[in-house]
Design a binder for this molecule. Structure first.
Ligand SMILES: *[C@@H]1O[C@H](CO)[C@@H](O)[C@H](O)[C@H]1NC(C)=O
Ligand SMILES: *[C@@H]1O[C@H](CO)[C@@H](O)[C@H](O)[C@H]1NC(C)=O
Length: 958
């Protein structure tokens, strides 16, 4: 026993006691390690030979130290999730010792090779096995059939060989079975009383076997009416024989792909019972008999029957009854006779490919075809006449038809070149030059994105020129990252194309929030969201598979963090270069001095000729030169040069006044040039008054006028270029930027302040007249800038969007009082602004499918209910956000006041600003935070201090 006296007197403690204490400490220490010894040993042994395991995997306590990708339950390892880590090595039998393991996700590690150990069957608790996109080979061990609890099995995109193990049929809980994109051969196993087979999988919804070398007949007993399959994808194999009639019993089916096999015989007629099928692909087989009758498939969106040996037949009239059809592909299908005109009345139709048939007579497309129609390919048929409405937007291809062989006219339909349209997220940030291995996101930030290829395995749409689909996809991606609390700030999508397997592929990049790279935890979670199909896209994109690229930018050195930062090795070179540069520069300056002197006289003379104000006089009545503040004159030639002769590539927008071009001035500044078209130009006096007025307007929330051009009979206004597009671009998903609640509040306040300046501080006051989400632009820090003020007084008569020549504005935003009385006040702008506020809540356009947002919301609002009863109308991105919608009620109250029917009931602009400031404060943000100082910290993230997010108060949002 230790006596008190010993300690208090500071005497030496006996050695025995020290040893005893150390022992106690040791016991205590080892008992605090949370990880089961056996699991630690197994994990260690398993990953011993692996490269690129996370650096933080140190020590002996994966559970207690929260190793990345490992989760535990009661000191047992239950999850190993290491997607996209760049791992290399083999999967050893040590895995089997992790007896409580439930989830194993090693997806997207191409460096993991070798075969799967057969004792994997010992993992009796395993529910999820994902080896998608690795480099595994050999046979899939029969023992996977022992994984009794398995729900999700994804072995796709490896190099597995041999047959599909029949034992998989024993997995009675299996929901997802993906074996596609391997080298599997042999036939599809079915049970026979003694051995199991895939016909026993009564709970499985997904049979994904495409891109393999499977052969033999599809056993009729594979399918039964008890099954719940929704996706059967057997495409790109070597299957032979008939399509089994039992397929018609699986009523739940939605996507069926048997294309690119060697199937023969007639298509069973009961396929017609499959009323839920939206995608049917039977192309590139040797099917015979009559063309299948698909009248019953009411939900069919995409059908491909091409390249079979069906009996010659007229284009079936029943096609016209399938009202959901988007894509019809029947190339070399033996079609004869005339194409019925009613076919083109199908509203949803996008793509029609009927190449290599014997369709004849006259082609009648005068019908009520829709805006969605993109392509009609009728190459190599017998059509000799065309009746088509001019001014259509679709491509019609008629090469190798009598119509084109007549050689009478060089018809646009007779060129065989198909103009490729491929969607890409618009890149607004032309000003941003990133380091070689970085990319600029749509929020103008150089970063190391997590990238990969999204493959749609049974796409039901084919309109790749239709932005709406991709905007929707981007938005749903952002929404799900919000849902899963993943730090993704922006999404970009590019290179959409149709590949040789009949899949649609596109490149995706996800940009990190808060810093310019993702940490490991974020990457492996991102990987899992896709490999495990936790991300659910809108229906038309299903089923999908995502192939992530390996991510290597986990730890980025301090110098890399700085966008403009130099690596030290290049630093010295830069200094030497600079010295040489200075010497040369001095020499040049001396020369230039002489030259300048020589040129001065000439220049003076030229200047006189180019005097902007000469043209004022030459245009008659204008009188004296305009008095401008900070704006300058540009010559036509100058602007022609900086826009590459107003090239199509620089065309960034248009409106009633004409077109908008992007230009780069000689000093590198990027500008937006509004060029009025003939007919919408005004007299020189009005133009002068206008630019005098606009040049006096200076506010950080208003787009700045840089100059004008009144030359060569042209009128142009030159504005600062605002890099992040319009508010609508961000709300619709087009820009791929995540506009969370705080950002929306900031945009609302910024634009209200811009408006307040116009109404209350500008002299004379300016009524905007056309406040709308496309006239609110976002700069690189997502500050709002109001555009197009004052212009409505000049331009716009020609715009279809304007209601009458007198009342100006845009449908959906127009103040009803102004519309009735023709009396314009600031309150008309307030009404439009209220509509914009509602747009920011709902992310839908003010008039959508005949519904007027103001009316719809007024009818739905119930202030006694949660979120004012607007849960179903609110932008899903806001609803799923973890950021609380602080101040939502007051925001809605304000918006509703702004859209009151009578102007007198609407708040004054100053009141709107005040209330938005209050809401910002409620949300814990400083409404007066200067946006320019926050922009400093934005790029200053390299300095190593705690990161301060650029978007003002975001650092306050937790
Ligand atoms: C197609 O099948 C429907 C019934 O499912 C039938 O009414 C129709 O006559 C058939 N059409 C043809 C052309 O065989
Ligand atoms: C079109 O083809 C059908 C069927 O082959 C034939 O009966 C008809 O006469 C042809 N019509 C014309 C205008 O050539």
């Amino acid at each position: 026993m230790l006596k008190m006296k010993d300690i208090s007197s500071g005497m030496v403690i006996p050695r025995r006691i020290v040893l005893f204490l150390v022992f106690i400490c040791f016991l205590f220490w080892s008992s605090t390690a949370l990880t089961n010894d056996q699991d630690f040993a197994a994990l260690k042994a398993l990953t011993d030979g692996w490269a690129n395991i996370p650096e933080k995997w140190k020590g002996e306590d994966p559970c207690g130290d929260e190793w990345e990708g490992i989760t535990c339950n009661n000191s047992r390892v239950v999850t190993i999730s290491l997607s996209s880590m760049g791992l290399t090595g083999q999967l050893t039998g040590d895995l089997a010792t992790l007896s409580e393991l439930q989830i194993l996700d090693l997806s997207y590690n191409k460096g993991l090779t070798g075969s799967i150990p057969s004792n994997i069957g010992d993992l009796s608790e395993l529910t999820t096995l994902i080896l998608l996109g690795c480099g595994f080979s050999g046979r899939i061990p029969d023992t996977v059939g022992s994984l009794k609890k398995l729900v999700y099995l994804s072995l796709n995109s490896n190099s597995f060989t041999g047959e599909i193990p029949a034992s998989i049929g024993k997995l009675e809980h299996l929901y997802w079975l993906d074996l596609s994109d391997n080298k599997l051969s042999g036939s599809i196993p079915v049970s026979d009383g003694t051995k199991p087979g895939l016909d026993m999988l009564l709970r499985t919804k997904h049979f994904h076997f495409g891109i393999n070398q499977l052969s033999g007949e599809i056993p009729p007993s594979l399918f039964s009416s008890e099954m719940l399959l929704i996706h059967v994808l057997f495409d790109n194999n070597n299957l032979t024989g008939r399509i089994p009639p039992t397929l018609g019993l699986v009523q739940t089916l939605q996507a069926v792909r048997f294309d690119r096999n060697e199937l023969s015989g007639p298509v069973p007629s009961n396929l017609n019972n499959l009323t839920s099928v939206s995608e049917l692909a039977l192309s590139n087989n040797a099917l015979t008999g009559p063309l299948p009758n698909l009248t019953g498939m009411n939900n069919l969106m995409s059908v491909d029957l091409s390249n079979n040996s069906f009996a010659a037949t007229r284009f079936p009239a029943w096609f016209t009854t399938l009202r959901s059809l988007k894509t019809v592909i029947m190339e070399r299908t033996g079609l004869v006779g005339q194409l019925p005109a009613e076919f083109f009345n199908i509203d949803s139709l996008q793509t029609v490919k009927l190449k290599n048939n014997q369709l004849n007579g006259s082609l009648d497309i005068r019908g009520r075809y829709t805006r969605q129609l993109e392509l009609i390919d009728l190459e190599n048929n017998s059509i000799d006449n065309v009746d088509v409405v001019l001014g259509n937007n679709f491509t019609l291809m008629l090469t190798d038809n009598p119509y084109c062989q007549r050689g009478l006219v060089k018809s646009p339909y007779c060129s065989s070149k198909l103009q490729e349209t491929s969607y890409s997220t618009p890149v607004f940030c032309v000003t941003y030059k990133c380091a070689d291995d970085q990319m600029s996101s749509s929020n103008c930030k150089c970063a190391y994105p997590y990238t990969g290829t999204l493959i749609l395995r049974a796409p039901s749409f084919s309109a790749f020129g239709n932005d709406a689909y991709f905007n929707e996809l981007q938005k749903s991606l952002l929404g799900s990252f919000v849902n899963f609390s993943l730090p993704v700030d922006a999404v970009s999508l590019s290179d959409v194309s149709l590949d040789t397997f009949g899949y649609v592929s596109m490149h995706l990049a996800f940009f990190p929030a808060g810093q310019n790279y993702f940490n490991r935890t974020a990457v492996l979670k991102l990987g899992f969201v896709f490999s495990n199909q936790s991300y659910e896209p809108p229906k038309i994109f299903k089923p999908y598979v995502f192939h992530a690229d390996i991510y290597t930018h986990f730890e980025v050195s301090e110098s890399d963090l700085c966008i403009t930062g130099n690596k030290s090795s290049t630093h010295t070179i830069a200094i030497i270069g600079a010295v040489i540069g200075v010497v040369i520069l001095l020499l040049l300056l001396v020369c230039a001095g002489f030259y300048a002197h020589y040129q001065k006289k000439r220049a003076n003379k030229a200047k006189q000729q180019a005097n902007p104000f000469v043209s004022w006089d030459s245009h008659g009545t204008s009188g004296d030169v305009p008095k401008l503040k900070g704006s300058r004159f540009f010559t036509f030639v100058e602007l022609q040069k900086c826009t590459n002769s107003f090239s199509e590539a620089n065309h960034i927008g248009s409106g009633g006044y004409g077109k908008v071009y992007r230009g780069v001035l000689t000093d590198g500044q990027i500008v937006a040039i509004k060029r009025s078209q003939q007919g919408s130009m005004q007299g020189s006096r009005e133009f002068k008054n206008e630019i005098e007025l606009l040049s006096r307007v200076h506010h950080k929330n208003l787009v700045k006028l840089i100059g004008f051009c009144f030359d060569h009979g042209e009128q142009m206004l030159i504005y600062e270029f605002i890099p992040n597009g319009t508010l609508l671009d961000s709300l619709s998903g087009r820009s791929g930027i995540q506009l969370d609640w705080i950002r929306r509040l900031k945009v609302a306040l910024g634009s209200a302040r811009g408006l307040q300046y116009l109404h209350e501080l500008a002299d004379p006051p300016i009524i905007h007249r056309d406040i709308k989400s496309t006239n609110i632009l976002l700069d690189e820090h997502l500050n709002a800038k109001v555009a197009d003020f004052g212009l409505s007084r000049l331009y716009g008569d020609a715009d279809k969007g304007y209601v009458t020549t007198q009342v100006k504005g845009t449908m959906g935003y127009l103040d009803p009082e102004y519309f009735q009385t023709n009396q314009l006040t600031e309150k008309s702008d307030i009404f439009s602004f209220g509509v914009v506020l509602l747009e920011m809540i709902t992310a839908s356009k003010p008039i959508q499918q005949g519904q007027f947002i103001v009316k719809q919301i007024k009818e739905t609002v119930d202030k006694s209910k949660e979120l004012y009863n607007l849960c179903n109308i609110i932008d899903p991105l806001l609803r799923s956000s973890t950021i609380a919608l602080v101040g939502f009620d007051r925001f809605m109250d304000l918006a509703l006041k702004c859209v009151e029917e009578f102007g007198v009931d609407r708040p004054a602009t100053g009141e709107v600003v005040k209330e938005l400031e209050n809401i910002m404060q409620m949300a814990g943000m400083n409404p007066d935070a200067d946006s320019t100082t926050t922009s400093q910290s934005y790029e200053g993230s390299s300095t190593g201090q705690s990161f301060n997010h650029p978007y003002s108060g975001d650092s306050l949002v937790r």
